[in-house]
Design a protein around this ligand. Structure first.
Ligand code: ADP
Ligand code: 6PG
Length: 180
């Protein structure tokens, strides 16, 4: 689809696909705030995941709303903002966009169960158990670039390469021009 110029960028994908790493790198490059979705869950969601139970849609709506509003406020204050959020379903991405009240560019970190599972096994996370990865893949609705505002990048690219691919598409941002 033709891409509306977004000031909010969200790195999305299953757990351990690299959302926090890539999102932080893009935000650093643009000198704009980075908001990690992990920090916006109600405590009950965190406890549920810690116990190995996948979240439901009902668990996710309040989380998505809080994150969308925070990204909108951050973009207002600082020209643009970058987030990390699994945003696994099309309805979650539409909801985020609606709650933010402005276009969002999603960056989908595309990788196989094998590659991402290996990364997940190697990293440590405060509450997300590796047992939840299968449910993440089962829930995932891969974004469709013909109908969604999304850039698809392979997780096997280096973080630097992904950062460059994304920032190159953001020439409309004031913060991009400052960084240039
Ligand atoms: N492009 C990449 N290439 C290699 N390793 C990566 C890449 N992106 C992330 N990683 C590593 O994969 C693991 C999961 O990344 P993380 O950013 O925590 O994922 P998420 O936020 O999606 O759960 C981390 O150990 C991170 O260093
Ligand atoms: O179930 C979801 O909608 C999420 O995927 C989610 O809750 C998030 O992924 C966790 O906070 C774990 O964090 P990471 O995705 O950073 O591993």
């Amino acid at each position: 689809m033709s891409q509306p110029p977004a000031r909010i960028i969200i790195a999305m994908g299953v757990s351990s696909s690299g959302k926090s790493t890539v999102g932080q790198s893009i935000a650093r490059r643009l000198h704009v705030p980075f908001l990690d979705g992990d920090g916006y869950h109600p405590e009950a969601n965190v406890e549920k995941m810690r116990a190995g139970t996948p979240l439901t849609d009902e668990d996710r709506w309040p989380w998505l709303e809080r994150l969308a509003l925070a990204l909108h406020e951050a973009a207002d204050r600082k020209d643009a903002a970058v987030g990390a959020c699994s945003a696994l379903k099309r309805s979650y991405r539409d909801f985020l966009t609606q709650k933010a009240g402005e276009p969002i560019l999603f960056v989908y970190l595309d990788g196989s169960r094998d590659v991402i599972g290996e990364r997940m096994a190697r990293r440590s996370h405060e509450y997300m158990p590796t047992s939840l990865l299968d449910s993440q893949f089962a829930t995932l609705e891969v974004p469709d670039p013909t109908t969604e505002n999304v850039l698809i990048v392979p997780v096997t690219d280096s973080v630097e390469k992904i950062t460059q691919t994304v920032t190159k598409s953001l020439t409309h941002l004031k913060s991009f021009k400052r960084w240039q």
